[in-house]
Design a protein. Structure first.
Length: 353
């Protein structure tokens, strides 16, 4: 749909992060009250379909959550909290991603829990979601640096919508959750996926296009809605918005000068080792790159970028989309289904606009 000249509207399906949290909270509300929640604009991505299917079959012997990290961590927590005997499995890559700190912490549900904040914020969100089911108070203390803090804020925001009270400090380092709380059904309109929007901000900057993202509010609860405010040159700490890194890294390849994206060690345990994936594929298109344990440094030079290459996505949706914006050939274009099934059709709409 076109509006003004050179302006294209993109309407995004609901946020994957919000959808998957809302689904498990709605499941708990139905479990306790027998009443359904109304969730509008749910994501249609593979991860959300997997979460819906897993919750529907949660009382069976086995559920396969494919490559969905939120389903793996959140349902593991639900299994512990409810005493369910279901076996949770997934892809080879998923089963290699961290889970032990969460399972160890879950053994202390209803007591005092200490858990590191620098591995996955999903551990913290999972503990928060199931702690109200405990029969005694749960206190959670986060040790070390807290990665991806905005995702914890999304969890807290949604828990409040479903009637759950959580006491916490401003820094989100200490939480206290009262026991035996009841989840209440909720009518929720889910805002568009800000992580998906990052590829269109990337596209707009690269091709000087006016793109309007229709359904992400200015007061969005998603940390990733910050993308348009980021500057393309210099050193940027993107610890709180890791899902934006691939799009921003590729964009940086076209900005003359050096961009250093720091404090992103947790990208090494995503669907692929994203620091390594970005390094290899950026080098493939002719860009000078330096990486370390927790950073990637990109020496932008638009004149050096090659177009006749095939990008190895490593079955990572965010790598596929970040480079897909450049109209490069992607080895596995279907990888985008994990979070954004309409990506290629929306890209075509922009290219024809």
């Amino acid at each position: 749909m076109k509006t003004k000249k050179h302006e294209t509207i993109i309407s995004l399906k609901g946020s994957k992060s919000i959808s998957n949290r809302a689904l498990i909270l709605a499941y708990l509300a139905k479990l306790q009250t027998g009443k359904n929640s109304k969730l509008k604009n749910l994501s249609d991505c593979e991860d959300t379909v997997v979460m819906q299917r897993a919750l529907k079959n949660f009382n069976t012997k086995k559920v396969d959550v494919k490559d969905c990290g939120t389903a793996f961590r959140f349902l593991t927590a639900l299994k512990f909290a409810t005493g369910n005997k279901v076996k949770i499995t997934g892809s080879k890559r998923l089963l290699s991603r961290p889970i032990k700190p969460l399972t160890k912490a879950l053994k202390n549900l209803g007591k005092k829990i200490k858990i590191p904040g620098n591995i996955s914020s999903q551990f913290i969100s999972a503990l928060l979601i199931v702690s109200p089911l405990a029969k005694t108070p749960t206190t959670i203390q986060i040790t070390g640096e807290i990665f991806s803090k905005p995702y914890i804020k999304i969890t807290l925001h949604l828990m409040k919508k479903f009637g759950i009270k959580v006491s916490h400090d401003k820094e989100l380092r200490n939480f206290k959750i009262s026991p035996n709380q009841k989840f209440k059904p909720c009518n929720l309109a889910i805002e568009g996926d800000a992580s998906s929007a990052s590829y269109w901000h990337e596209y707009a900057a690269l091709f000087n296009k006016k793109i309007v993202i229709k359904n992400i509010p200015k007061n969005s609860i998603q940390g990733d809605a910050i993308f348009p405010k980021l500057k393309p040159i210099g050193e940027i700490d993107m610890n709180e918005t890791p899902d934006l890194v691939p799009a921003f890294a590729v964009l940086s390849a076209f900005a003359n000068g050096t961009t250093k994206i720091t404090n992103i060690a947790h990208l090494r345990t995503k669907e692929s080792d994203r620091i390594s994936s970005l390094e290899k594929e950026l080098k493939k298109i002719g860009v000078r790159v330096k990486t370390g344990k927790d950073f990637i440094e990109i020496h932008g030079n638009p004149k050096a970028v090659k177009k006749n290459v095939v990008i190895n996505s490593r079955n990572d949706h965010r790598i596929a989309m970040a480079f897909g914006v450049l109209n490069l050939k992607i080895d596995n274009p279907k990888a985008v289904k994990k979070s954004y099934p309409a990506f290629w059709s929306d890209l075509k709409k922009l290219q024809n606009g």
